[in-house]
Design a protein around this ligand. Structure first.
Ligand SMILES: C[S@@+](CC[C@H](N)C(=O)[O-])C[C@H]1O[C@@H](n2cnc3c(N)ncnc32)[C@H](O)[C@@H]1O
Length: 422
């Protein structure tokens, strides 16, 4: 079948569909570098802005693909949904093109919360709009791990089937489950990669030293919040009188007794308390757990914190999301996130996301970051002739891309299921 690739990016839809023998006849991408790359990789020169497309100029096709921009809908985004003036309404143009051309299938991908955003009004708008122009809409949340690829990346896949060929059911691919994936199979330190900077290497060693000496054998989805070592302040001190507050100890057990103003007190408090004069709810359980750890290991924790690098707030929190009974950082993956140093299971990579290339996963045993080629493998885009220039641009585009293997698997039986002859 012939397809058009709207919001083409790196061409995840293109690779997936081409692997099933389908042919791209038109593409559209606003980013000029990505357009150049698309031309180089696929020999098609994409149109630029979807809002400017004259539908009559688009060649006939059987499938529309559209991975419309997801920032307005992602949890990290501003949750404005379709109200977002810039990209929230781009779906209208997919509807406009589908209305004119009536292709057999519409294939969309986005973040799962497009279903719930704005109390479901965007999702209702999307499904109603396609129903009104003659499509039956099916959707399913699929992550690469579900089909044996070691990346956690839940995305919603939406397929519109033209009502005259619809069968009342869509044949989604069978999913296999997490246990079958193994990231080590795609890792290859001989690929061009960035080494981990020495302050970060030293920091990981320092945290491991603490874990080796603590009297614990497991950590269950909790964080060690180092500034809580020695702290005694009430976890919500927003209404506490100044004189009362001075009786407590702040970050790393700093005495508040001699403070002459709230300003001086706050200089001795953990950074995460500074916004609302309390430990934020998302950190409270871990902060209390850390205080408990401290009571059992106070000398050790105090000694260890003296040499902890403190100029970076997020380096003082270890977010344990790894194996609960293996407290060796080096048997895991690591991410330096704004909230803390996150330790993750080694068999599966976290979702590659576009907005923060600083979260590129780290392989601590090899003191290096995941390479763009390895990331491309996680998106099944590693056979492209060219990726964007440089690590940051590569990760941005790969983090935006749809997983090509999922598209391949979803569309594998389209011809057979709908009796479409090639
Ligand atoms: C979520 S990404 C889709 C990536 C693509 N599915 C892939 O596999 O790489 C959205 C893309 O839409 C592009 N875009 C944003 N606004 C656009 C517009 N008005 N017209 C065309 N493309 C646009 C962005 O540059 C970005 O590459």
């Amino acid at each position: 079948m012939r397809f058009i690739d709207l919001f083409a990016g790196l061409g995840g839809f293109h690779v997936g569909l081409a692997n099933n023998g389908h042919k791209c006849v038109f593409a559209c991408e606003i980013d000029s570098e990505l357009r150049e790359l698309y031309k180089f990789n696929y020999g098609i020169d994409p149109f630029d802005d979807v809002t400017k497309i004259d539908v009559t100029k688009i060649p006939n096709h059987e499938i529309i693909c559209a991975g419309f921009p997801c920032q307005p809908f992602s949890l990290a985004g501003r949750k404005k949904g379709a109200e977002c003036p810039k990209s929230g309404k781009l779906i209208e143009h997919v509807i406009r093109i589908a209305d004119y051309h009536s292709p057999k299938f519409i294939l969309l991908e986005n973040v799962p919360n497009i279903v719930t955003i704005a109390n479901g009004t965007f999702w209702k708008y999307l499904t109603n709009s396609f129903e009104n122009i003659g499509y039956k809409i099916y959707h399913k949340i699929i992550s690469p791990v579900d089909i044996g690829i070691p990346q956690n990346r839940k995305r919603i896949f939406v397929i519109g089937v033209r009502k005259d060929i619809d069968k009342g059911i869509f044949n989604w691919p069978k999913t296999t489950g997490l246990k079958t994936v193994n990231l080590s199979k795609i890792l290859n330190k001989n690929n061009i990669h960035k080494n981990l900077e020495s302050p970060k290497t030293n920091l990981l060693k320092h945290w491991q030293k603490l874990l080796d000496q603590l009297s614990i054998s497991e950590l269950r989805s909790t964080s060690i919040v180092a500034p809580e070592f020695g702290a005694t302040y009430p976890h919500n001190f927003s209404k506490l009188p100044f004189a009362e507050m001075k009786k407590y100890k702040g970050a790393y057990g700093q005495s508040l007794t001699k403070c002459k103003s709230w300003k001086e007190i706050m200089q001795r408090m953990p950074n995460y308390t500074k916004k609302k004069n309390k430990i934020p709810d998302w950190l409270l359980k871990s902060a209390l757990y850390t205080r408990e750890l401290y009571t059992q290991n106070s000398d050790l924790c105090m000694e260890w914190s003296k040499t902890l690098e403190k100029k970076n707030n997020s380096w003082q929190i270890l977010e344990w999301r790894g194996k609960f009974n293996d407290l060796n950082i080096y048997n895991h993956l690591v991410q330096f996130r704004a909230s803390g140093i996150r330790i993750l299971q080694a068999n599966v990579a976290p979702s590659l996301i576009s907005m923060t290339p600083t979260q590129i996963p780290i392989i601590p045993t090899e003191t290096r970051y995941l390479s763009p080629y390895e990331a491309a493998k996680l998106q099944n885009l590693h056979k492209l002739k060219l990726l964007p220039h440089g690590t940051v641009k590569s990760f941005k585009a790969l983090g935006n891309a749809v997983n090509a293997k999922i598209i391949e698997v979803i569309t594998r039986n389209l011809n057979i299921d709908y009796g479409i002859l090639r």
